[in-house]
Design a protein around this ligand. Structure first.
Ligand code: ZN
Ligand code: CU
Length: 492
């Protein structure tokens, strides 16, 4: 009789592939799944999963936890929603590589999204080693952010790089890919990514393609110009040889409502031509980002027309956190544009904001699309963050599976597990099968719910009973343990 470290008994096994759930057990030895089905024998620990679903640990394909996994290695906001692997480095924003110019910029450039950090490393390899040394509770994989690379070489400069500068950028990308980055991300609405034009991005992506890495992009326009921006991402993939991922796909702002009816078939047509292009999506109608960046791209009229909540501030205006910008403006007795300028000035550009800019029909359409995967885009920057930081995975299972019935449980789980694992080159993860790493979540599909709200976002979902990371029980009976068994996952 085999002796296991852990057996999860009598669960409804949703294996991550999309196959129908089936009753059975999972046997774990060390950090691997050894048996799936009728597992005989005994174990040091048994978990009774009767009435519960047993799935591969969720993969958050769009995280901004680059600094958080070191600053706060319990990453409770991810672990407690069943996330066992976090993919960082999205939107061209990140923490490595870092020279002195970039360290100065980080504070006002990326800290509103990623939160505070010291940046004691220089190279991507050193940053990855720092993640390992922090022993985060979840696994971490990361993109090398093109915005960071560009800043290291060009600073705030707007023009294209010359040949020598391009060679320096390529060298930094090369170092990151050799260190095990899974690809390159861009954030083409943010400084400095917005200054990078298509030819520069194609050249950069060619270096990434040499290593089999993927190109992921917060595209240049997510509003009425979304189709052109999607076309640019596809072109960069096609001309560099990189698979493509479109970040947090949406069509934002009332004039753009419904454009996902065109963008999704457009992506399907690219796939039919042989291009590997997929998207990620978070299941909320509100976005969130740095207030300074959004004000710059969205301008005053958009802010006047859109409900916006201040999520976080760095200095002394915590009283504004969780409140509507329009209310803050009337309290300041200023027009909204002036109120935003004053807040940005007083808080040194640090505030982050939540904006209600999407139509639920678009969100649902992207969530249910066969080629979308779930990514929280959660911002671990303090204050009252967008509730997606805590609730994303649970909300998909609650709203789109249980309440609306527009996704099967198996299909929703596939979008959080095998689909992202395959796309993001995460070997032996995202499925429940013998030989795979024992990243597992046990949850109650009847009660799982996202209870985080815009005004009270720091709340764990209900219905997540057990979370296993590399064989270690990290949530037990709904409570997080002291286990910190996550690893930096370097591209194989
Ligand atoms: Zn983004
Ligand atoms: Cu993002």
């Amino acid at each position: 009789m085999p002796e296991y470290d852990l057996i999860i008994r009598n669960g409804s096994i949703v294996d991550g592939t999309g196959a129908p759930a089936r009753a059975g057990d999972i046997g774990v030895t060390g950090d691997r799944i050894e048996a799936v089905g009728d597992v005989l024998g005994t174990a040091k620990r048994e978990i009774d999963a009767r009435g519960l679903a047993v799935a591969p640990g969720f993969i958050d394909v769009h995280s901004h936890d680059d600094a958080a996994v070191i600053r706060d290695p319990r990453v409770d906001f991810k672990i407690m929603q069943g996330v066992t692997t976090d993919i960082a480095g999205n939107c061209g924003a990140g923490v490595a590589p870092a020279n002195d110019d970039f360290r100065l910029f980080y504070e006002r450039g990326f800290a509103p999204i990623l939160g505070e950090t010291e940046l004691p490393w220089s190279t991507t390899a050193e940053y990855f080693a720092a993640v390992d040394a922090a022993h985060p509770a979840c696994n971490v994989a990361a993109y090398v952010p093109q915005g960071v690379v560009r800043y290291n070489v060009l600073g705030q400069r707007k023009g294209p790089p010359d040949d020598a500068e391009m060679a320096q950028m390529q060298a930094l990308l090369e170092e990151a890919m050799q260190a095990g980055a899974i690809g390159m991300s861009t954030g083409l609405v943010y400084v400095p990514g917005t200054y990078a034009q298509t030819p520069e991005l194609i050249e950069c992506a060619k270096t990434v393609a040499k290593y089999g890495g993927i190109y992921t992009s917060h595209i240049r326009n997510e509003s009425t110009g979304v189709l052109g921006a999607v076309a640019e991402a596809i072109e960069i993939g096609e001309r560099s040889g990189c698979p493509v991922q479109i970040s947090h796909h949406k069509s934002a702002g009332a004039p753009a409502y419904g454009l996902t009816k065109q963008s999704l078939p457009f992506l399907a047509a690219a796939r039919a031509r042989g291009i590997d292009v997929t998207v990620d999506v978070y299941p909320y109608v509100a976005s969130s980002s740095g207030l300074a960046a959004m004000f710059r791209t969205g301008r005053e009229e958009a802010f006047a027309a859109t409900p916006a909540i201040i999520a976080s501030v760095k200095y002394n205006h915590e009283k504004y956190e969780g409140r509507y910008m329009s209310d803050i403006a009337s309290e300041m007795d200023l027009p909204i544009g002036d109120a935003i300028r004053k807040l940005l000035h007083d808080e040194e550009n640090s505030p982050s904001v939540i904006m209600f800019i999407m139509d639920e029909d678009d969100v649902r359409r992207v969530v249910v699309d066969d080629h979308s995967m779930i990514g929280s885009d959660g911002l671990p920057s303090g204050g009252k963050p967008h509730p997606r930081l805590y609730g994303t995975m649970a909300r998909v299972l609650e709203k789109y599976v249980r309440e609306e019935g527009v996704l099967t449980l198996e299909e929703a789980v596939r979008k959080m597990t095998s689909l992202p694992a395959r796309k993001h080159l995460l070997k032996d993860r995202g499925v429940l099968q013998p030989g795979a790493f024992a990243d597992i979540v046990v949850f109650n599909p009847e009660t799982i719910a996202d209870i985080a709200t815009y005004t009270d976002p720091r709340q764990y979902p209900t219905g997540i009973e057990h979370v296993i990371v590399n064989g270690a029980v990290t949530v037990d009976g709904g409570r997080q343990t002291d286990a910190r068994a996550g690893r930096m996952l370097r591209r194989a």
